[in-house]
Design a protein around this ligand. Structure first.
Ligand code: 16G
Length: 238
């Protein structure tokens, strides 16, 4: 019985009756809608939460989680999230978690090649495609390039480009990880879901470092694709 209710709830989610990130109606309303008891309804909701179709937030209710779009991301192009999503026909949006000028951490000081007394613009965002959370990004840019960050709107790279400091080269390190509970909650994935942890250091044409970003990309939403070639051919045979 609970399984049948779970299937019907899933069908309602798929046909858009309950949109992504909507709070589900209360138990009484759902019981009346599906003509089932509270126990059956609770079991159905529990199984959908385990599957990841719903997420429960204590005190805030039960939210609908529609699947995130799936992205094949080439590893060779230095594009921005906003551009990437637009090129794929998705609407990019952000939930800003933190922004402002701060002193750099010792790690950021070394990565960015700034002094510990130089301020950096910190920009932490949840990045969404068509309303679905895709990645969590914590970007740091020396204030020398971005000022107090007040010109930064939806796109960090657009703001850097506006000041003539768009990065032209980047180094990226990717590794598999399991999300910590608070990151999983922000990305609306089940606890300890798999993710790709990415560190990007981006450079200007003159070699100065303009961005250091630490991100978590949802593993169920991204395939990173690399093109391989034989290289310059030198040293191929002895
Ligand atoms: C991408 C970059 C990130 C950069 C952001 C700028 C990766 C792993 N990360 O998401 O480093 O800060 O684009 O995007 O590719 P924006 O211009 O839309 O803010």
């Amino acid at each position: 019985m609970a399984d049948a209710v779970a299937e019907r709830l899933k069908a309602e989610i798929a046909n858009g009756r309950f949109a992504h990130a909507d709070v589900l109606p209360g138990e009484r309303e759902l019981c009346a809608m599906f003509e089932v008891s509270r126990t059956t309804l609770r079991r159905a909701i529990e199984s959908l939460a385990e599957e990841g179709a719903l997420s429960r937030h204590h005190g805030a209710g039960t939210f609908v989680r529609r699947g995130a779009p799936h992205i094949d991301q080439p590893l060779s192009r230095l594009t921005s999230f906003t551009e990437d999503m637009r090129l794929r026909g998705f609407k990019a949006s952000n939930v800003v978690i933190k922004r402002g000028l701060f002193l750099p951490t010792p790690e950021e000081t070394m990565m960015l090649g700034v002094s510990p007394r130089d301020q950096v613009f910190r920009f932490e965002r949840l990045r969404l495609a068509d309303g679905a959370p895709m990645a969590l990004e914590r970007a740091v840019v020396p204030a020398a390039f971005i000022g107090d960050g007040s010109e930064v709107g939806e796109s960090l790279y657009a703001a850097l480009e506006g000041r003539g400091w768009r990065p032209v080269r980047a180094l990226q390190r990717l590794r598999a990880t399991l999300l910590a509970p608070e990151e999983a909650a922000l990305l609306q994935t089940p606890r300890r879901s798999a993710a790709l942890e990415i560190h990007r250091i981006a450079y200007l044409g003159d070699g100065r470092c303009v961005e250091y970003t630490h991100s978590f990309y949802r593993a169920d939403a991204y395939d990173f694709v690399a093109e391989l070639s034989l290289g310059d051919g030198k040293g191929a045979s002895a």
